[in-house]
Structure formats: C-alpha cells, structure tokens
Design a binder for this molecule. Structure first.
Ligand SMILES: [Zn+2]
Length: 619
C-alpha cells in the first residue's frame, strides 16, 4: 500500500481546500473510508490497481468498482523526483548542492556514496535561484476516470488519486473525500536478457535444428504468496504483480518455447494476463486449478494452479487429463491401508489430501511426422507426446506425501492410453536431487535405506510397491551431467526443485538454458528481485524425437517401449539414443559454426562436463 492520507474526514472541520464552502457543510451521501493503490510504484503501461471502500449514510460499507455516482475520481501528476544516483529504483530524498549535484535516496546513501562517484558522473552546478528556491510542486490533472494507465510522461513523477465525494446535486463536497499519493512512476521493465543455450557438446546440423522443439518450465510465484512477510528482502514494488507480470511475460516471450509449463498461475492472472497475452504470441493454454479452498486475496477469492501453453503453429492438442491427487488418494488410501487398525485410513486421507494436481496434455507435432509403426502417431500422422505439468506439495516435513503424489502420478500415467508415447513431465516437484521422489522417478525404485522412507507417519510407504518401469531422465542432467545448481533461490532455501523429465528412449535433449550465476542472484539478496520476478528460475530445454529404428533392426515387439534392464534408465536411454542417431554422438556439418553463433569450447566451467563440450547461442 502506498501512503494514504485522508484529506478531509466527515468529522474534520477543515475545508480549506475549497475555501468557499461553509463549515457546516452537509455530509455527502457517501464517504470514502479506505483507498489503496496496490503495487507501491505505478508502472508504465500497467493500469494502477485501485481499491476504494465507501460508506453510505446508513453506515453500509461497499467497494466502489467505478459504478458509484456519488464520487468522482481525478488523477494528478506531480513534479519529477529524480531517482537516486546509486539506486535507480529508489526515489531521491537529498540533493548534493555542493559537489556532485546529484540526488541520493537517503542521507546515509549520500554520506557513504558521494566520494565514490567518479567525477565524470557529477552533475553540473545549477543556477543559484534554482537551488535556493525549488520550483513549486505543480500537480497537473491527467485523467478524470477511476482507472489510470501511466504513460512515458509520468516516469519519475508521483501520481495522486483524488477521490471526491459529491453532493446530491453533483457538486464537489469538501468532506468525505480522500487522496492517495504514489511513489514515482517507473518504466516497464527492460527486455529480458537472452539466456544462453548450452548444448551437451554435439554438433548441430540443419536437419536437427529444423526438427527441434523447445520446452520451458517455470514456477512463476503466484501473487497470493508474494508477500512482504515471505520475501522481506525484495523491494515492495518489485514484488507487486503489476511489475512481475511484465518481467514474466518478457522472459516467456524471449525464450519462445514451443511448450510452456507454468506452476503457481493464479486463476485471475491466467484469465487477465497469461491467456490473452500468450494468445497474442501464438499460444493456446490450458489451466487447471488446485483443489483448494479459494483464498481471499486483494479483495477477491482466488486460487492458483498449473497452466500449460503450446504454440499452435507447431502443436495441436489431442487430449487432456487432470491428475487429481486428492481424488486418487480417496480411492487408493482405503486399498493400501485396510480398515483393520483404528483410524489409519482417516489419518491417511487427512494427511494425503492436499489439493495438488497434475495436468496431462497430449500434443501432436504438426511439423514432424512419424516414420515407423513403433512410434506413437497422432490423427494427422505427426509425433504425439504427453506433456505433464505438476506442482507437488511444498511442505518440507512431508516427504511421504510428495512420494505418494509422485507415485500416484506414475500410476496414472501407466493407466492412461498413452502406450509408447514420449513423456515430458515438467514441474515443481519440491524435491531435491537427493530426495526419494527424484530417485524414484530417475531409477524406477528407491534404495531401502533412503532417509525419506523413514518418515512414514501413516505407514503407507512400506505398503507401496514403489517401482516403475518408465525410463525417465532429466533434461539438465542428461545434457550437462548434473542438475541445475538451483532452481529456487530464496534467503531461506537455495536448491533444485524443478525438473523437465523426459523419455530418453523416444526423445533426445539437444540443449538446455544456462541458469544464472550466484553472483547475479545475490545482487538483491535473493529471488524475487527487481529483475527476476519469481523465486524460481525457469528451465528451458530443446528436444527432438529420435529417428525411427532401422526397419528390421532392433525391433520392439508390439511396438511398445523397450523393456528396461537394470541400471540407470538415463544412461540406458542415452545408449539407446546413440544407436538411433542421437544428434550428440554423431558428426555432421554444424550450420551454426559458420554463422558465428556457436562459440566453443565454452569459457563457462560450470556447464562444461568435459573438454569436448561447446555451447550454442541460437536464440
Ligand atoms: Zn541510494
């Protein structure tokens, strides 16, 4: 909330602003009781979110959404307040009128900073009158509507919203109104920095580049959870949805993935922002809300969930399926925990009913046709793949629930009519690479002495057959021999929780996006920050479908996926891939090398698993 000042309450006797009115002026039909501008600092091109509560003469409170005829609105634009020379996002409070002639956000900032400011950055000495007599603060009316969308002309200027109560005859009342002044207007965020893509060392050829598709996964941090309490280190305005939504969209657009899986998409943000904005960029979206009681947030009930988007020029939706962990829990828990000892079932149901969901969307590739009967083929002859987007429970003390949800997800996938279909399982698993969830997905089983299995308060884990035979690998580990060092970076927790899992027997991963260095992430303590809109980092990977096995070659009976032998599914997947012309294990002309877009070997040791690796910038 920005500074709110009640200009004249009904009880107040001051009416100096409209001097002509008498002190015993009649109270207007409605009085402004509360007014808030959400977002702290208005952002150019984003309508300033306004909340106004009124009270009528009978004492009833109501929110004015613009329909009340007893008040009028007026937006005023104030004088330029220069930002701090060191802190571009902070308004200045002080001006050095002796040496540097620059503005500073605080006295401390000035005292600490001025002698560090190189002389070429000093300002020029202003006219003597200008220093001694600052220009009178002039406020100019810019709008007479309830809503206002700041423009370029408003940058570095504060805005003031006057809410003026009206008399029955429509004249302004000196009583019952309110004014709110904002911080200075900030420009919309700059274009997102293009993130470098890193290949795992193979050389690209033109054919592969034409076949690849790009997948992006990101927990975008719902506005519901973006509170100052949780992220006290983030500037308030940078935490506001009005700012973050632009940065998120810019990052989505700059990566231009063909498939985008987002978590923590708030329902209203999906309707008002993601769906229309991404539709304009050529995407179609599907949203699935978590099964939780809606939360009252900023004046309305809302909830968040998973949103999956795909480029309609590349993919066509064939089917979708909601993985409702609660519904599955309700039917599975009684089977796993028979009602023989008292309350076990009820306890299990209560513990495992958390509202999390998964969303499976089956997409057909409109560009790349299948070439072999063993490959899953869509109605139009294209490759099909099943894209799962999920957000597993966050609670750090509930490893058993996370494992249960992962288990339900795999059970569901086994039962879905997706035999032989390549899988992409993207999401926020709230599980590190050391967790049982990770081990289960990655290896198809969990070693019996895994510490997560010891935490089994309902005794459900020991009843489960925690085995599966879906070969699964992650994009980052496959491409880079290790997971991203962190995908979630807050003051309290830094680690890897998000993954793009895929079927290595059907898909090859060509490249992954570089994750920011720690030095960038700590610039403003942690995430989110003024340039990074979520506490999670996005993951991006490019894939292509493996070529069909040679006819009469290693035929797969029944066209099913190859049976898993023991060992690492990922490693096995890679070797299967190698036999099937995995792009990374073959030579070939590199079309990017000549266009100077590929530089290598990389100078970024972090991402170099061996000396042979190089990275590609082909965004
Ligand atoms: Zn400063």
């Amino acid at each position: 909330m920005v500074e709110t000042q009640q200009r004249s309450r009904s009880s107040s006797r001051t009416s100096s602003r409209s001097g002509s009115r008498s002190e015993d002026e009649e109270e207007p039909p409605v009085t402004v009781m509360r007014a808030e501008l959400r977002g702290h600092r208005p952002v150019v091109v984003s309508e300033v979110p306004v909340y106004v509560a009124l009270r009528d003469k009978d004492g009833r409170f109501f929110e004015d959404k613009g329909g009340c005829g007893n008040v009028r609105y007026r937006w005023m634009r104030g004088p330029v307040i220069k930002p701090c020379i060191f802190h571009q996002h902070k308004m200045s409070q002080f001006r050095d009128v002796a040496k540097t002639f620059r503005c500073y956000c605080s006295k401390e900032c000035f005292l600490r900073g001025w002698y560090n400011l190189p002389q070429h950055m000093w300002g020029s000495k202003p006219d003597i009158d200008e220093v001694e007599e600052p220009p009178i603060a002039e406020w100019v009316e810019v709008a007479s509507s309830r809503s206002y969308c700041p423009t370029q002309q408003d940058i570095d200027r504060p805005l003031r919203l006057d809410i003026i109560a009206l008399h029955k005859d429509g004249k302004d009342s000196a009583l019952g109104g309110m004014s709110i002044t904002t911080g200075t207007v900030i420009p919309t965020p700059k274009e997102a920095r293009t993130r470098r893509m890193i290949s795992n060392g193979g050389t690209f050829n033109a054919e592969w580049l034409s076949k690849q598709f790009k997948v992006m996964n990101w927990n975008v941090l719902a506005d519901l959870y973006a509170t100052e309490l949780v992220y006290p280190y983030c500037e308030k305005w940078a935490l506001s949805w009005n700012w973050r939504k632009h940065l998120i969209l810019k990052e989505l657009k700059s990566m231009a993935a063909d498939i985008i899986t987002l978590q923590e998409v708030q329902k209203d943000a999906y309707d008002d922002w993601f769906r229309p904005q991404l539709a304009e960029a050529g995407y179609e979206g599907i949203f699935q809300q978590k099964k939780r009681e809606p939360i009252f947030h900023r004046g309305k009930y809302t909830a968040e969930g998973c949103g999956t988007f795909y480029k309609t020029t590349r993919f066509k939706r064939v089917d979708k399926h909601v993985v409702d962990y609660d519904k599955l829990t309700a039917s599975e828990v009684p089977l796993v925990l028979p009602e023989n000892h008292s309350g076990a079932q009820d306890k299990g149901l209560a513990r495992f009913t958390k509202g999390n969901i998964g969303l499976a969307v089956i997409l057909e590739d409109l560009h790349i046709k299948t070439t072999h009967s063993s490959q899953a083929t869509g109605p139009n002859g294209g490759h099909v793949l099943c894209v799962v987007n999920t957000h597993i429970l966050c609670d750090p003390g509930a490893a058993d629930v996370k494992l249960w949800q992962a288990h339900l997800l795999l059970q569901t996938l086994k039962q879905m009519p997706i035999n032989n279909m390549p899988l992409l399982i993207c999401g926020d698993f709230n599980s590190t690479p050391e967790s049982a969830v990770y081990e289960y997905l990655r290896r198809g089983q969990i070693r019996p002495d895994h510490p997560d299995l010891a935490n089994d308060p309902c005794g459900i884990l020991k009843q489960l057959n925690l085995r599966h035979s879906l070969p699964m690998a992650t994009a980052y580990e496959t491409c880079n021999s290790r997971e991203a060092p962190y995908t979630n970076y807050t003051e309290d927790f830094k680690g890897t929780l998000d993954y793009i899992w895929f079927s290595p027997d059907a898909l090859a991963v060509l490249a992954i996006s570089q994750v920011d260095d720690e030095s960038q992430l700590t610039q403003e303590t942690a995430l989110p920050s003024s340039s990074k809109p979520s506490d999670h980092l996005s993951l991006v990977a490019t894939f292509m479908f493996h070529d069909a096995p040679p006819e009469g070659g290693e035929a797969q009976p029944g066209g099913g996926p190859p049976a898993r032998s023991s060992g690492l599914p990922g490693a096995e997947g890679m070797s299967v891939g190698a036999q099937r012309a995995n792009p990374y294990h073959m030579g070939g002309v590199n079309p990017m090398a000549s266009s100077n877009a590929l530089s290598g070997p990389g100078n970024d040791g972090l991402y170099m698993a061996s000396g042979a690796l190089s990275f590609a910038q082909y965004l």
